[in-house]
Design a protein around this ligand. Structure first.
Ligand SMILES: [Zn+2]
Length: 607
């Protein structure tokens, strides 16, 4: 999906350092001695904080102590706001696909276009209506500016629709009033009311459709609050808002210019001062210019917003709209039902990437490629322990791990709840440690190595990742493990063995071949089990085994056998660990013992 363009591959070639030539000046006055930063004289005088929009005296904020308890009414604007910001707007196939995705995810309000602006948008609305693609419980919304002929054209696009919202918008902020339209407040109000009237009459001509209304004062966050309030009240009154036919008042931060608390103050002030509040759906539409759209939306919900407009993965003009994936999953991680289906986050992402032709960032919350991946050894260790604790708790409670409360360090959400596997949770590079290696062997190969063996293996892996300067994927990890422990053509080989206590045999025979200094020595031993027979055979080869312990486990790994055995063998050269994999216990145990002895003969590091 990643397109090979200059943007995404520019980091492959080493660039020169940029020539930063602004003269460094003094630190600001009063800067503490421990902060030696200097000023590079940026053009601060050209910028200023926006005027406080609400008189300090009028701010009586309650939102800081509120807690979000429910999902808002979601409205996706992917097909309008999001689409109009794309370098290549979606073609009808892509629009249809995204619409189908939004419906499947559970969106009940979907803004589908700006039908008076383009034939594509007009035709798309017609297609949805004529092909009966809109489920009964889904309301489409169409966007229109406050101009008579554009409103009329918008209604034409809706002919035959069952449920629709006509979304009327006009510019109200002083900058727009003066610079863009040269209209005063009175004429802006008149324009909005005339348009509202025309919208009302348009809906009257469609008696068989349930048409509702939405009004957005454009750049609400930059508009004098008293003016925005008066306009909203006037428009809602003109539309005869009632609890049965509520009017949506949408208050966009069209361009995000302040910290999220300021937006929350503005929303709370509107929430408390709007007329007829029970007949109003208070909606927010945060943009992300300062990178805080998600925070703005959340604080606005605390401040009284009922509805949120945004897009999947935050597509939209400039820095985009608020990301509804992040917002909704932030709710889920607090135990609140987001009322949207994210059970296949990667599938959702692939469709959106294809429709918008834009990749989702590797670190995008909840959905990026790397967001459930830990490379750091300490993180991996904690995650491994978290998963182990979860398994234990599930075992104790007699439930599946997926039903236990989620408490895994560094992972705010269970990737499996979003359709992700655990395999990518831990990846190995030079920053990783034995916990990470153990995790990968367990999740990918279903092997649970004893701790000392993990430590040994992690040294071998560290050497490889340091030498290569790159990630050690599961395949390479397996090769390192196999090279270190599973070699069969080493100094010592078991050539034959027979009998097994589990099969009722009371005698086990083991034959070994030991190659040393170009000589081959045969050894043969018998005993009550593999271990004792092996010891005798080894003694015949001149290798005294002082003690040996063997652990066996079910391995369930297709490529390496049913049984895993791990052994710790002490010879005159010290203690060494070994591992053996086979389809039966006898083979696995003997392979592990052979592995231990071979590692001792090779002079491997001992524990
Ligand atoms: Zn917008």
């Amino acid at each position: 999906m990643r397109k090979a363009n200059n943007m995404s591959t520019s980091y492959l070639e080493e660039p020169p350092l940029p020539e930063l030539r602004l003269p460094a000046r003094l630190a600001r006055q009063g800067q503490p001695w421990w902060n030696p930063q200097l000023s590079f004289s940026p053009p601060t005088a050209r910028y200023r904080r926006p005027e406080p929009q609400i008189a300090a005296a009028a701010v009586e904020r309650r939102w800081p102590s509120r807690v979000i308890e429910n999902a808002p009414l979601w409205c996706s604007v992917d097909l309008r706001d999001g689409n109009q910001a794309l370098p290549n707007p979606m073609d009808p196939t892509r629009k249809s696909k995204l619409f189908a995705l939004l419906v499947a995810m559970g969106f009940k309000e979907i803004e589908v276009g700006y039908p008076s602006a383009s034939a594509t948008d007009f035709d798309f609305v017609r297609q949805l209506v004529e092909r009966d693609l809109i489920p009964d419980d889904v309301t489409i919304s169409v966007f229109t500016p406050a101009r008579a002929e554009l409103i009329d054209r918008t209604f034409e696009s809706l002919a035959g629709v069952r449920n629709a919202i006509v979304h009327l918008c006009n510019a109200t902020a002083p900058e727009w009033r003066k610079v863009v339209f040269a209209l005063d407040e009175e004429r802006i109000t008149q324009l909005a009311l005339d348009a509202a009237e025309r919208v009302l009459r348009g809906a009257d001509r469609m008696p068989s459709a349930a048409v509702r209304f939405e009004y957005s004062p454009e750049a609400f966050n930059l508009t004098e609050p008293e003016f925005a309030l008066a306009l909203c009240n006037a428009v809602a009154a003109r539309w005869c808002a009632t609890p049965d036919r509520p009017v949506t008042l949408n208050l966009p931060s069209t361009v995000e210019v302040d910290t999220p608390n300021v937006y929350a103050d503005q929303i709370e002030w509107m929430h408390r001062n709007l007329d007829n509040r029970g007949s109003i759906i208070l909606s927010v539409h945060p943009h992300n210019d300062r990178g805080t759209a998600v925070a703005s939306a959340e604080l606005a919900m605390m401040a009284g917003a009922d509805r949120v407009e945004g897009t999947l993965f935050g597509n939209g003009e400039r820095t985009g709209n608020v990301c509804l994936v992040t917002l909704a999953l932030n709710l889920l991680t607090r135990g609140i039902d987001p009322q949207l289906d994210f059970s296949d986050i990667d599938g959702i992402r692939r469709v959106v990437e294809w429709c918008t032709q834009m990749p989702v960032h590797d670190r995008h919350p909840y959905s990026g490629n790397l967001v459930y991946t830990a490379f750091s050894g300490t993180h991996q260790d904690a995650i491994k322990k978290g998963f182990d604790a979860l398994e234990q708790a599930a075992l104790k409670a007699g439930t599946a791990p997926g039903e236990q409360p989620w408490r895994v360090p560094y992972l705010p959400i269970d990737p499996q709840d979003l359709g992700r596997s655990y395999e990518a949770v831990v990846r190995i590079n030079s920053q990783s440690g034995k916990g990470g290696i153990a995790y990968v062997l367990k999740t990918v190969f279903r092997l649970e190595l004893p701790r000392p063996l993990q430590a040994e293996l992690s040294e071998a892996v560290q050497k490889i990742s340091d030498a290569r300067g790159q990630e050690v994927g599961p395949k390479l990890l397996w090769e390192v493990f196999a090279e270190e422990y599973l070699k069969t053509d080493d100094y010592l080989r078991v050539t034959d063995h027979s009998g097994h206590p589990d099969d009722g045999d009371d005698r086990v025979c083991v034959h070994v071949l030991y190659t040393v200094d170009g000589r081959e020595i045969h050894g043969e031993g018998a005993g009550i089990d593999q271990l004792s027979a092996f010891k005798v055979a080894m003694a015949q080869c001149g290798i005294q085994i002082e003690t040996a312990d063997v652990i066996t486990q079910a391995a369930r790994a297709e490529e390496c056998g049913e049984i895993a055995a791990y052994s710790r063998v002490v010879t005159e050269r010290g203690a060494t660990w070994g591992a053996g994999l086979a389809d039966n216990i006898g083979d696995a145990v003997l392979r592990a013992l052979t592995s231990s002895v071979n590692r001792a003969l090779r002079g491997s590091r001992t524990f």
